[in-house]
Design a protein around this ligand. Structure first.
Ligand code: FRU
Length: 496
């Protein structure tokens, strides 16, 4: 399917479908040549949710995507190929691949009016086309509410492990299998954290704990659960729990609920299968919210929804806050283009960048404030605004250095600003660590989406917005910061 990627609202470094409607990322895996495969919930015929296929795109850098033919089609009217995951069956545990070591198996939910079942399909050609297994379904619980299988290989027991949601029971089922066909129910995680009205798209991933504290384990498991509807800010959001996993049971370290994002457009995230062991785990998230996704104005350009940029992840042990999932824009340096502004000693001052000449309309920016001293001497603000010189519409954000509050405001851009669900302002607080003595804000703006990261990914916010004219002027302003601190800023164009 061809698409028009030239429109005013069309993101350039975030994946969006050629035409039609996209929701959750699905089946993400890295193939044996290092190529990233992204599948997604896809309605190719209309710009609203429904008629679900698995769309497919591939990328070498996770920012520049090539659209591929649709990978999975519903088999009959009324069927939907709902969310799921994919694995590489290197050892042919399934028996589908007697002659190859790069066989791909997709594990997804078949949705019909009668029920939701877990099914599999296999691919001989590295994930470009699939054959549905004749023995489907592989798990049938005779319910209409049972979906979104995410499968990993658990080496210690040499078993495939699936986490899958029983959405209205607020339950995540953990299953195991030797061959991807026969599954055993091992345990359930129920009523963890915020329930909202449904649990969806669970993920389980092992992450390194990066800390000098040698009493901590070297890795922990994160169980991530997406909630919709009923998130604290309305609609959809994702929460995660840190703990241990033994192949059959997940046990959380504590009863703390942590959210992956502090705005409203980061949902149904999935972690890639087969990320090389020497790299951080990487996720991609759907950059929208079920409260308004079906009415956003990008339909005038023939599509709805984009993905977040890829996130790299590890676990850090933060001052007072404790163990936390870090989410930073992964591999962003691969698309950083021209330097538009750079000042290593801005102090209290302003940087203005006219980026009307940047072809992609997409920027990356970073501000570092170092030598801040002890917590009692903190003062000042750092604010940024992206403005349309034609209409005065803008998106802004910033931080109060003394309190650690960080905010984002998308309320001054055209469409949806009167919609009660299209929440205009977001804020969150990060704790200053005097042993580090610095504050860092970075972000990506890409036509109709902004993503902001605090202190290297301690906090993150993903937010869509819909101006009527391009934003083309950036103003970054530092005021009232302690004279002994050093302020450095940089702004770069991004290559589409
Ligand atoms: C989450 C979700 C999943 C489901 C899919 C259907 O956004 O509701 O639970 O599989 O979307 O498209």
């Amino acid at each position: 399917l061809p698409g028009n990627y030239a429109g005013l609202l069309r993101p350039q470094v975030h994946y969006s479908p050629p035409v039609g409607f996209m929701n959750d990322p699905n089946g993400m895996f890295v193939d044996q040549e290092g190529l990233y495969h992204l599948y997604y919930q896809y309605n190719p015929t209309e710009e609203v949710a429904g008629n679900v296929h698995w769309g497919h795109a591939t990328s070498e850098d996770l920012y520049t995507w090539t659209n591929q033919p649709i990978a999975l089609f519903p088999g009959a009217p009324g069927e939907g190929i709902f969310s799921g995951s994919a694995v590489i069956d290197v050892n042919n545990t399934s028996g589908f691949f007697p002659n190859q070591t790069n066989g791909v198996v997709a594990v997804y939910t078949l949705n019909t009016a009668e029920k939701q079942t877990q099914e599999i399909a296999y691919s001989y050609d590295n994930g470009y086309s699939f054959i549905k297994y004749s023995g489907n379904p592989v798990i049938d619980s005779n319910t209409t509410q049972f979906r979104d299988p995410k499968v990993i290989w658990y080496a210690p027991t040499e078993r495939w492990v699936m986490v899958v949601a029983y959405p209205v029971d607020f339950k995540v089922g953990i299953f195991s299998s030797p061959d991807l066909k026969n599954w055993t129910a091992e345990s359930n995680v129920t009523h963890y954290g915020i329930t909202g009205l449904q649990y969806e798209c669970p993920n389980m991933v092992e992450l390194p704990v990066v800390s000098e504290n040698s009493s901590l384990p070297s890795t922990l498991w994160a169980l991530q659960i997406s909630i919709n509807p009923g998130a604290p800010l309305g609609g959809s959001i994702a929460q995660y729990f840190l703990g241990t996993f033994n192949g059959t049971h997940f046990e959380a370290l504590d009863s703390t609920t942590r959210l992956t994002d502090f705005a409203k457009d980061n949902y149904a995230g999935q972690y890639f299968y087969n990320i090389p062991a020497d790299q951080d785990q990487v996720s991609i998230n759907w950059a929208s919210n079920w409260q308004y996704t079906n009415i956003v104005p990008t339909a005038q350009e023939g599509f709805r929804s984009s993905m977040s940029v890829p996130r790299g992840h590890y676990i850090a042990d933060l001052e007072r806050v404790g163990l936390s999932l870090i989410s930073y824009p992964y591999n962003i340096s691969s698309i950083v283009g021209n330097e538009l502004a750079s000042n290593s000693s801005l102090g209290n001052g302003t940087v203005v960048v006219d980026y009307s000449g940047v072809e992609s309309g997409a920027l990356y920016f970073e501000a570092n404030i170092t030598n801040l001293g002890d917590a009692s001497s903190l003062s000042g603000t750092l604010n940024f605004t992206f403005l349309s010189s034609a209409t005065g519409e803008y998106v802004s954000g910033g931080t109060f250095i003394s309190s650690g509050d960080v905010w984002l405001n998308r309320g001054h851009t055209g469409a949806l600003s009167d919609n009660p669900y299209f929440t205009d302002k977001f804020s969150q607080t990060a704790l200053y660590d005097p042993t580090i003595g610095s504050w860092n804000i970075s972000g990506i703006i890409d036509r109709s989406i902004i993503e902001v990261f605090v202190n290297g990914g301690v906090l993150g916010a993903t937010s869509v917005f819909f101006p009527t004219q391009p934003l083309d002027l950036m103003i970054l302003k530092v005021e009232g910061v302690n004279e002994s601190a050093t302020v450095s800023v940089g702004v770069w164009s991004l290559r589409a």
